[in-house]
Design a protein around this ligand. Structure first.
Ligand code: G1P
Length: 306
């Protein structure tokens, strides 16, 4: 294969301009990416996933009222000094680990919500002529090895474009990008087709795009056409579909469990899962859940009477 299609992935794009209307009023002034899952905001979880995968440059596609995101990753001297003087080294470590290395954070704005494809297009000048990753912070993947790291490892073998996928119930295909692999089940499944949010009866499969992508820079030429697709938006999926047959394009099933934190239910589920897996509070969370459940089912009151 053309070695140009196997160049290392150094940059990652984080589309963070969305308004978070599904979480109103919590997101009235706070960016939805700052909502916490266990002890850290969504954006930090995906930042850590990207860092683990060897990403060196973090490109945020932001919008109005998103300043808190860059503040979160900045050096906070007063906070660090206070923690240091109080000997709170654990907390200090946590704060430090959310700091962006100097010169690694780049921001640009998407002025209007024209779709994910448009958001990624906004990163063109920052990405330049090299392959890059895209991570959607709405989706968290709980895994031993981060999903993007798993992808980067497979990319080292296959190059080209690579997307992480998982099966969804057929009734839900209209919520996702859906991939046609022609029934292939290998580690790197050649992608034959891609369609954004098809109705269940039209979906070519039930394999959904989960929001982790490795893309070659040729995608930008297709995004620049600004063609609208599903929902009247400029779709990343449509631009990706145009790369099929022009460059290697594979789909990968990842090891781990995904959580759609863009929905309230997924957000709550993720919080429970991450808290239960936390060595510090997991046991207590389990106990509390048991107690809540008992109260709800009325067992507690029956016990109290007997
Ligand atoms: C976006 C993508 C879709 C993908 C989904 C994953 O949709 O357009 O292809 O399956 O993320 O969460 P959105 O959820 O922004 O509507």
């Amino acid at each position: 294969m053309n070695t140009n299609l196997k160049r290392p992935i150094r940059k990652a794009v984080f589309p963070v301009a969305g308004l978070g209307t599904r979480f109103l009023p919590a997101t009235k002034v706070m960016p939805k990416e700052m909502l916490p899952i266990n002890d850290r905001p969504l954006i930090q979880h995906v930042f850590e996933e990207a860092r683990e995968a060897g990403i060196e440059e973090f490109l945020f596609i932001t919008g109005r009222h998103k300043n808190m995101l860059e503040e979160h990753f900045d050096f906070q001297p007063e906070l660090e000094d206070t923690l240091k003087s109080r000997g709170k080294t654990d907390m200090l470590e946590k704060v430090k680990s959310s700091e962006m290395p100097a010169g690694a954070l780049f921001l640009t704005r998407q002025p209007r919500p024209l779709g994910l494809g448009h958001a990624v297009w906004c990163a063109q000048k920052l990405v330049g002529d090299e392959p890059f990753a895209v991570l959607l912070p709405d989706v968290l993947i709980h895994a031993k090895t981060g999903c993007l790291k798993q992808m980067v490892d497979l990319y080292a073998e296959y190059g080209g474009n690579l997307i992480a996928v998982e099966d969804v119930p057929r009734a839900e295909t209209s919520k996702y990008g859906i991939v046609d692999t022609g029934g292939d089940h290998s580690a790197a499944m050649p992608v034959k087709g891609l369609v954004e949010k098809p109705n269940p009866e039209d979906a070519p499969s039930t394999l959904s795009v989960i929001g982790r992508y490795i893309l070659q820079p040729e995608i930008f030429a297709h995004l620049a056409a600004f063609e609208t697709g599903a929902g009247g938006e400029i779709q990343l999926t449509d631009a990706m579909a145009r790369l099929i047959n022009t460059q290697p394009f594979h789909a990968m099933r990842f090891d781990g469990k995904s959580y759609d934190c863009g929905s309230r239910l997924g957000f709550i589920e993720a919080n429970l899962a991450y808290a239960l897996a936390d060595s510090e509070i997991g046991g207590d969370v389990q106990r509390i859940l048991g107690e809540i459940n008992e109260n709800l089912t009325g067992k507690a009151s029956i016990k109290a009477v007997s």
